[in-house]
Write a protein that binds this ligand. Structure first.
Ligand SMILES: [Zn+2]
Length: 202
């Protein structure tokens, strides 16, 4: 299980506090032998904090924040905190139709770290990312911006059944085909591909 994975939108009842919770805020917690429980992030974090002896861990409910991109377009970010033994991950994501979609960011810290301080760092990271456009609308459709660096995220493409990636670039979904077409205007050029964890700064 990847405890930091952001999943779908359907409402799930938390087995601990019984609150109906969006699917992306639910963790399957347990083991094959003992069975699994579906816990909301708050209850999951409380369990992990107890097991790891982190009684001082405080769940903070973080309100959504709006950040404008360099074109002045507003983006509303929602937050999720997930504690695991060795750290805490703070996710920021946009929602479309109740599901995480578009821009997503993550920052990781030590379990005892001040969440509001982490939030501050995460918002800085969001601002940095939103201050540039990797792709621009050209005469012949989307094209790679002049700085010739593209940063984004690799996502699951339902249409491709997972065989080919869907790219999330500038918070928009770009198919493998569409990205390939954009690259073909650089035929003969070199390229460099760097991969990194969601919380890393590339
Ligand atoms: Zn709960």
């Amino acid at each position: 299980m990847d405890p930091t994975e952001l999943t779908r939108s359907e409402q799930v009842r938390c087995d601990s506090c019984c609150r109906n919770t969006p699917g992306y805020d639910i963790v399957n917690y347990g083991s094959i032998e003992r069975g699994y429980r579906q816990l909301c992030s708050r209850c999951f974090n409380a369990e992990v904090a107890k097991l790891a002896g982190l009684e001082q861990f405080e769940n903070v409910n973080l309100d959504p924040v709006i950040v404008a991109d360099c074109a002045g377009e507003p983006h509303e970010f929602h937050f999720r905190t997930r504690l695991f033994g060795t750290g805490v991950a703070l996710d920021a994501f946009e929602l479309r139709g109740g599901s995480p979609a578009g821009y997503q960011f993550q920052i990781a810290g030590a379990p005892g770290e001040d969440l509001l301080q982490l939030l501050g760092q995460l918002i800085k990271k969001i601002r940095r990312a939103l201050s540039v456009k990797n792709l621009i609308d050209g005469e012949h459709g989307l094209r790679i911006a002049d700085r010739q660096i593209v940063q984004g995220r690799i996502a699951w493409d339902d249409d491709q059944d997972g065989r080919l990636p869907l790219f999330i670039i500038d918070g928009r979904e770009i198919s493998w085909d569409e990205f390939g077409r954009m690259l073909m205007s650089f035929e003969g050029s070199q390229f460099r591909l760097t991969l990194g964890d969601r919380s890393e700064e590339l």
